[in-house]
Design a protein around this ligand. Structure first.
Ligand code: ARG
Length: 489
């Protein structure tokens, strides 16, 4: 079969060049979505009288059969087709005859592929959201058991002040909640149909882009036909949101690696989630966490790739855009990594004793001693100096804050009162930080309740909340938001 554009050319394409320009392999990932888009387009053509009613019906029936074949894995992919668009059209023509050629009326591969990618991005955003939700709820569930668990909080990876382990877990949850907001916003901007922009200038036919958008579950249609086929912001946004969620997961993963070392020994990964060594029988490695860290690096690379491909290309469509597919598809690997980390978090054994013991060494409550003096009216700067001297001299004697007597304290500064020694117990220090968003157990209980309420609907933001009112249903996976009346964004 000749190429889609063969009329204009005297010679056929060099097979080596076809192999280079073809997107057929890349297109397998979007093939079913592409057919869904074609069905919506064909229905619109029929409703608008752009093709005959019977013709539109024949095209839709043929496309539905193709969609079924694709779902079963029995679609007869033509090996030499340039892309999914020509492959589908060719098989359709074999099955329903020349009327298949009417499908491409009032459409270009430019608006077609832009639509496919938007629908794919919506699916990937939903998968990412489900993964982030799984990790956040795993952390939330673990946090519920650890409100009173005191552990060293760190700055510069140095023991800093005692904090509640639940408070630490909830800090990760906050980042993941922002990731979910970003997914929601990205979803909103991606759910705009470019169909009807055609090559770049729009169409001379009486098309109804809003109806096609509505049928596909997209909330709006494009405002500008040139932008509709040029824009790949939605690709960048997906990869960015994925990369940032991966970075958040990576920071948690890094703590899993650190906390499971013999040096820390705060935690032990469950046997089902750890791997061993082929040579060192004693080894137990937090492989999953390491892979999550590594995958964040990959996702950052994907983000740089999609941005760089976009930066130098003039409006409207350019083939450079096809090169975004590899990093876009690769970014889909973030969601399963985050899901795997969620399993690790659910299974990890936490050593409360080790954590508590770690708060005893390293003078984590030195700030509380300074706060004690400050409460007695000593300027904090001066109090800091006094306690700094205590720390230095204790360190010189190889001692910690533990064992200090009130007389010793008063020898440094007579303004130390009798309660100073109680105030430097780790639990007391933690409980004292009851300012909003602080680590005191009473605040952490509130934070847990707030987070539980926020996650109460454990559905992804794209999931349908009410019965959609659709004119027709395209086959294929649910990827859309509840449709509104098709309108311009
Ligand atoms: N394979 C192309 C892509 O992935 C879609 C076809 C675009 N149109 C064109 N005139 N080459 O972006």
């Amino acid at each position: 079969m000749p190429d889609l554009w063969a009329g204009r050319f005297e010679k056929g394409l060099d097979p080596r060049i076809r192999a280079f320009t073809s997107s057929l392999e890349l297109d397998r990932r979007i093939a079913l979505i592409d057919v869904r888009g074609s069905i919506a387009h064909a229905r619109m053509l029929g409703r608008q009288g752009i093709v005959g009613k019977a013709e539109a019906d024949a095209i839709v029936a043929g496309l539905e059969r193709i969609a079924g074949d694709m779902q079963r894995g029995t679609f007869p992919w033509p090996a030499d087709a340039e892309d999914v668009h020509s492959a589908v059209e060719r098989v359709l023509r074999e099955r329903i005859g020349e009327v298949a050629g009417k499908l491409h009326t009032a459409r270009s591969r430019n608006d077609q592929v832009a639509l496919d990618l938007r629908l794919l991005v919506l699916e990937l955003l939903d998968a990412l959201d489900a993964a982030v939700l799984a990790l956040a709820t795993a952390l939330l569930d673990r946090a519920g058991e650890e409100v009173e668990t005191v552990m060293p909080g760190y700055t510069h990876t140095q023991r800093a002040q005692p904090v509640s382990l639940a408070h630490h877990f909830l800090a990760h949850v906050e980042a993941l909640r922002r990731d979910r907001e970003r997914v929601k916003e990205a979803r909103d901007r991606a759910a705009v149909s470019p169909l009807g922009a055609a090559a770049l200038a729009g169409s001379p036919y009486p098309i109804d882009p809003a109806a096609a958008a509505d049928e596909l579950g997209l909330r709006a249609t494009f405002r500008n036909s040139i932008d509709a086929v040029s824009d790949r912001d939605f690709v960048v946004e997906l990869v960015f949101v994925a990369a940032l969620a991966a970075v958040h997961a990576s920071r948690l993963a890094d703590e899993v690696v650190l906390w499971t070392t013999s040096e820390f020994a705060f935690a032990e990964v469950s046997d089902e989630h750890a791997t061993g060594s082929s040579i060192m029988p004693q080894k137990k490695n937090a492989d999953v966490a390491e892979l999550v860290r590594g995958r964040a690096g990959r996702a950052i690379g994907d983000l740089v790739a999609v941005l760089t491909i976009l930066k130098g290309i003039p409006l409207a469509y350019d083939s450079d855009l096809q090169e975004q597919r590899a990093p876009l598809y690769d970014a889909a690997a973030v969601a399963p990594a985050i899901e795997a980390l969620a399993l690790v978090i659910r299974g990890v054994r936490l050593d409360r004793e080790r954590m508590r013991a770690a708060t005893e060494r390293g003078m984590l409550t030195a700030t509380d001693l300074a706060d004690h003096l400050a409460r007695a009216g000593v300027p904090f700067r001066e109090a800091h100096q006094v306690v700094g001297r205590i720390v230095r001299e204790r360190l010189g004697k190889g001692m910690d804050l533990a064992g200090l007597t009130l007389d010793e304290l008063r020898a440094y500064d007579r303004r130390f009162g009798p309660s100073a020694l109680e105030e430097i117990a780790a639990e007391r220090s933690m409980a004292a930080r009851r300012s909003p968003g602080g680590t005191a157990p009473e605040r952490v209980h509130e934070a847990l309740a707030e987070a539980h309420a926020a996650f109460d609907d454990r559905r992804p933001p794209g999931a349908q909340t009410e019965a959609p009112q659709r004119r027709g249903r395209a086959p294929g996976p649910e990827g859309g938001v509840p449709p509104t009346e098709g309108r311009n964004e």
